[in-house]
Design a protein around this ligand. Structure first.
Ligand code: DC
Length: 222
């Protein structure tokens, strides 16, 4: 039988690395829901669709086709995997993901991923809204400073320009957006195990999750 594991939490808590490693260890699929929000935000921005008119927004959304292929995200057939990882798209995704019609348009695409086998889904509302019946739920977080430091180190490692205080300000701003929006605000899903990664390594977080998964679904997760 297939199963769903959800990992929610704010930006920079280490969710992506942890979720990918958990999926790899269990030999199941990884679903990055943030990448879907990033892709839609990029195309809406490039098409100059503003949030103010819901009719125009829904019209635009009905013409956008997002596909997930392996590790790639395609928008209307174009691979945008590389383009969606920029500070501009960080901001755009946070902004557009607060719009109810955007969230509604992306819900079925996310839900249908469980038809392709067991998954580890990572996001902001995967345990509460997208997969409320998931077999194991986790909420990964860390202090804003620890998260900013992680993002800073990631950018430096990739040879990209990085400014710690700018990153910290952006993280605090995105937290505010993601937690205060009316639809699907970032919350700890009911029944989720809370993991603070400020003072533990990502590998330790992975192990905590694997131990819990083996405890709740021993027959599935070997
Ligand atoms: O995880 P991420 O940084 O790639 O997510 C990008 C943005 O998308 C983030 O600002 C919050 C939003 N998001 C969301 O609202 N719901 C999700 N399930 C995943 C991401």
């Amino acid at each position: 039988m297939s199963y769903v594991i959800t990992i929610d939490g704010p930006a920079g808590a280490g969710k992506s690395t942890v979720a990918k490693d958990v999926a790899r260890a269990l030999g199941i699929n990884y679903l990055d829901t943030g990448a879907i929000y990033r892709a839609i935000a990029l195309i809406l921005y490039e098409s100059e669709v503003k949030a103010v008119d819901d009719y125009i927004m829904r019209e635009a959304l009905s013409k956008i086709k997002i596909e997930l292929r392996d590790k790639a995200v395609l928008v209307n057939g174009f691979d945008v995997t590389g383009e969606i990882r920029t500070p501009l798209v960080d901001e755009l995704a946070s902004m557009y993901s607060a719009i109810p019609s955007v969230r509604k348009a992306l819900l079925s695409l996310q839900k249908e991923q469980e038809n392709h086998g067991s998954i580890v889904a990572e996001g902001r509302d995967v345990g509460s809204v997208v997969f409320p019946n998931a077999q194991a739920k986790f909420f990964l977080t860390a202090s804003p400073e620890a998260r900013a430091k992680r993002r800073y180190d990631e950018r430096v490692a990739k040879g990209k320009p990085a400014d710690y205080s700018e990153i910290l300000t952006a993280i605090i701003e995105r937290d505010k957006n993601d937690s205060s929006r009316e639809v699907s605000p970032l919350t700890i899903p009911e029944g989720a195990m809370y993991i603070d990664t400020s003072d533990i390594t990502e590998q330790e977080a992975v192990q905590l999750i694997l131990d819990k998964v083996k405890e709740v679904i021993p027959n599935e997760a070997k």
